[in-house]
Design a protein around this ligand. Structure first.
Ligand code: SIN
Length: 357
């Protein structure tokens, strides 16, 4: 393995991008690994730690994009990561890309990279692999080193001709990055527990079939919003005792979209009906999803949709929020060049993406 970027950048290599997270975290007392600070170690030092296990002949180049606790992920940082990934995909010397990231918001970054870089990666036959860890780097049972090694192996030599695209490899499993959803606070497989995935060591043919179906349906990436141009979109959760004020306070605030995390099949409290109708009439984009954590939200199920409110399909609330932001931005970009497309035209392409079972 070569880790000297000056020499290696000029030869074929795997690019490893560091974003921070627990994988780069340090606990004050290693015996108490749940109390720690994320984003403390540089990506280079994570690679140095696993240096002896890197397959012979593989050249790695590392680049620190950020070193944060991913709960603080910002939209401009997503743009920076998206442009970095697109630039690396375009570089013929980059054979594959690994991104180390905090697991708390991998869900958002996964869908963001799929929708902005997924088709490009697939056309080039390159793999972008997200990974992270649940335990800090100095914990006795730290899971980061094995996750990082697995991700590097996958980025360089995927099994069973797995097609180019945006994936995540964690806890010995692989899934499409857009399917990631952290559904446990501490379990080592938390980010993949509820995600359709395959063992990273023996690919499940039905999972691969599903991956190919998603990739066939996603054939045009959306533009990456530039820095502060990201539309303001909020997630609001419906619950017992929900109040009209939760909606009315946003009318006239400058918010461009609301993702409604509803109960059951994505229904929301009746107290929201009139204010939401007013929000829609004022041009606020509305998407409804479910707070249950699984299953789809389908149009006019269980009741006819409020005019202007779009069902999110299988998108969870955090994913639906990113999808809505990218759709609002794509519609604005299209309008600027005289194409009369709406955010619904773009969002509909995302909401109907096949679900892998
Ligand atoms: C983070 O998301 O940055 C902290 C938590 C984690 O990586 O598991």
């Amino acid at each position: 393995m070569s880790l000297n970027p000056n020499l290696s950048e000029k030869s074929p290599h795997i690019l490893v991008l560091g974003m921070g997270g627990t994988i780069a975290g340090i606990a004050a007392k290693p015996e108490n690994p749940l109390q720690y600070e994320a984003g403390q170690l540089a990506i280079e030092s994570l690679l140095t730690h696993i240096q002896s296990a890197i397959p012979e002949g593989l050249t790695l180049v590392s680049h620190q994009v950020a070193n944060i606790n991913s709960r603080n992920l910002s939209e401009p940082l997503l743009s920076l990561l998206g442009h970095t990934v697109r630039g690396a995909l375009a570089n013929t010397l980059v054979k594959g890309i690994v991104v180390t990231h905090g697991t708390d918001t991998l869900e958002e970054t996964g869908v963001f990279l799929q929708l902005t870089c997924g088709s490009y990666a697939q056309n080039l036959g390159k793999l972008v692999i997200l990974t992270g860890a649940m335990l800090p780097a100095n914990a006795p049972e730290a899971d980061g080193p094995s996750n990082l090694l697995d991700a590097i192996r996958w980025a360089s030599t995927p099994l069973d001709n797995c097609p180019g695209g945006i994936y995540a490899v964690l806890a010995g499993r692989v899934c499409l990055a857009m399917d990631l959803s952290k559904r446990h606070t501490t379990a080592l497989n938390a980010p993949l527990q509820a995600s359709p995935s395959s063992s990273a060591g023996l690919i499940n043919p039905s999972w691969l079939f599903g991956v190919k179906a998603v990739q066939a349906a996603w054939n045009e990436d959306l533009p990456i919003p530039e820095g502060e141009a990201w539309p303001w979109v909020e997630i609001l959760t419906s619950h017992a005792g929900a109040r009209a004020e939760t909606i009315t306070r946003y009318i006239g605030s400058g918010v461009e979209g609301l993702v409604l995390s509803g109960s059951g099949m994505g229904g929301f409290h009746d107290a929201w009906l009139n204010p939401l109708a007013k929000a829609a009439s004022e041009g606020i984009a509305l998407v409804r999803t479910t707070r249950t954590g699984a299953g789809s939200t389908n149009p006019d199920i269980p009741e006819k949709d409020l005019a202007g409110c779009f069902a999110s399909g299988s998108l969870t609330a955090p994913r639906a929020r990113i999808a809505l932001q990218l759709s609002l931005n794509a519609a604005k970009q299209a309008n600027l060049v005289g194409k009369s497309l709406t955010w619904q035209d773009f969002f509909a392409r995302i909401a109907v993406l096949p679900v892998i079972r």
